[in-house]
Design a protein around this ligand. Structure first.
Ligand code: FMN
Length: 160
């Protein structure tokens, strides 16, 4: 296999951008992620790959639940703030107000247009990321007219 071709073709898989959170209050963490997709209609399952050696991974593993905040097409600056380590200061994380999700307590960011909460059903430990398969157990839409930010609309790459 040509490693440059592999990188090129894997980077052609487009994804949305999301702020994925877990934990509560001062212990809450959230990171910007892109490796997320739906995996079943009934029950409604999603799968997401989370870096294996990070705090977010540990918190999702410990609590078995998480939140997914869909990043709007005009929120590139916001998601960028979550490519760094999560830091909670009062009611803000990395500068953005958050509140506990109704079903799991995981952090929701009211600035984002839509969100859901999920409960982990299965984990697949592969390489440097773990795939969590999770059931969507609560969801909300704040701005039905908003469109989601796609990785291909940004200067960033995550893949290869
Ligand atoms: C464009 C982009 C997409 C990313 N997608 C993911 C992802 O799907 N899964 C993941 O675990 N980390 C992803 N990351 C990395 C995390 O955002 C990053 O590791 C984390 O915020 C660092 O936090 P930490 O220092 O507390 O580990 C992505 C980073 C970038 C720049």
């Amino acid at each position: 296999m040509n490693p440059e071709d592999r990188k090129h073709v894997l980077r052609m898989i487009d994804h949305g951008l999301f702020i994925l959170g877990a934990g509560q209050g001062a212990d809450a963490v959230a990171n910007g992620v892109t490796w997320l997709m739906q995996a079943s209609f009934s029950p409604p399952l999603i799968m997401v790959a989370i870096r294996a050696n990070g705090r977010l991974h540990d918190m999702v593993t410990r609590t078995g639940v998480f939140s997914v905040n869909v990043v709007g097409s005009d929120q590139q600056e916001m998601v960028q703030a979550f490519f760094n380590s999560a830091e909670v200061q009062g009611d803000r994380m990395n500068g953005y107000v958050f509140e506990p999700g109704p079903a799991t307590g995981s952090p929701l960011f009211p600035d984002t247009p839509a969100w859901f909460e999920a409960r982990v059903q299965d984990t697949v430990k592969g390489g440097d990321h773990t795939v969590f398969v999770a059931e969507v157990i609560e969801a909300g839409v704040r701005d039905a007219a908003a469109s989601a930010l796609h990785l291909s609309d940004t200067p960033w790459q995550y893949g290869g």
